[in-house]
Design a protein around this ligand. Structure first.
Ligand code: ZN
Length: 314
């Protein structure tokens, strides 16, 4: 956790939000977005994916984007990779944190990254070994994302025990952080509270636990609060709630960063992020993705009269 803040937010819009966009988001505007968001106080930004450009042309400029992000003082530069090859490229690019995603649900993992969960864990072990043996890479933190931890479009319910089992395998393999993800927006607050209590109880003393919520069914912020009550202090979100799912028409994306910061700051928890500066950045998204719905209630309604964010209080 960065000193002086109570909750760490991680912007994932440039990755989770852009990966489904057919329109190429210009490199210079990706850089402008992340630079302004870092200047607004965002401590960590997942800036891209390392996947073959053939598969996701949106990230063909990943090296350039990472290079620009690395110039920003104090910003934790994260990137996603689903496999060893991508991790190799990401390490070479000089990222600070790699997000490696595996679905708890076997069938979702197969359809998403085309391999079994066992194969994904084995690949992660090789990534840890690669990190440890690559000169200059030993400080790169490896975050394992547990996708579909709160429900799966193929298998339906996912058991807490299945999440704990996979989490344990990743921690044993050397994960530096666990991210529990409601990838498809199935979760409700009660379920989230039970899940995060179990995961934090089991692994909270060993590694930081973060939450990744989608607002697909409108419960994203309620789920955030439930995770907060369970002790989670790290949250992913995307500017303007960018994202969605290519297979689910009308599905919304990640929880909205501006609203997340409003929730946290209003609850007396310092994020170090200036909400109004975040709102200004939406213009870059609006201009480049004119057909995309921009979500967020704070951006629409503004601050309540007399509202003092925790970060601004003395
Ligand atoms: Zn996601």
């Amino acid at each position: 956790m960065r000193p002086g803040i109570d909750v760490e937010c991680r912007e994932v819009g440039l990755r989770d939000g852009l990966q489904i966009q057919k329109v190429f988001f210009p490199t210079q505007d990706k850089i402008r977005w992340l630079t302004l968001e870092a200047a607004a106080g965002m401590p960590e930004i997942e800036v891209c994916s390392f996947v073959p450009p053939k598969l996701l042309p949106q990230f063909a400029d990943n090296k350039e984007v990472v290079a620009a992000a690395l110039k920003i003082d104090g910003l934790c530069v994260a990137a996603l990779s689903p496999n060893m090859r991508g991790a190799q490229d990401a390490f070479q690019a000089g990222i600070h944190k790699l997000n490696y995603v595996t679905s708890v649900s076997e069938s979702h993992n197969m359809s998403n990254v085309r391999r079994t969960v066992d194969e994904s864990v084995a690949d992660f072990e090789r990534i840890v070994a690669l990190r440890d043996s690559t000169p200059g890479a030993k400080d790169i933190r490896l975050c394992t994302g547990l996708a579909t931890a709160l429900g799966c479009t193929i298998e339906g319910n996912v058991a807490v025990s299945a999440v704990l089992k996979l989490a344990e395998r990743f921690v044993e393999a050397g994960a530096d952080e666990l991210s529990v993800a409601d990838t498809v927006g199935y979760a409700n607050p009660q379920q989230v509270k039970a899940m995060f209590e179990a995961v934090i109880d089991e692994f909270g003393k060993t590694v930081p636990i973060s939450a990744h919520f989608h607002d697909t069914r409108g419960l994203g912020l309620a789920n955030t609060f439930a995770a907060l009550e369970a002790g989670c202090r790290r949250f992913d979100a995307s500017l303007a709630g960018l994202g969605g799912c290519p297979f689910a028409p009308n599905a919304t994306g990640n929880i909205v960063m501006e609203d997340l910061v409003f929730l946290l700051e209003g609850a007396g928890l310092k994020t170090g992020v200036d909400i109004d500066k975040l709102v200004e950045i939406r213009e870059i998204v609006a201009r480049n993705l004119p057909d995309e719905t921009l979500y967020g209630m704070y951006a629409r309604a503004g601050a309540p009269k007399g509202f003092v964010p925790a970060s601004a209080a003395a």
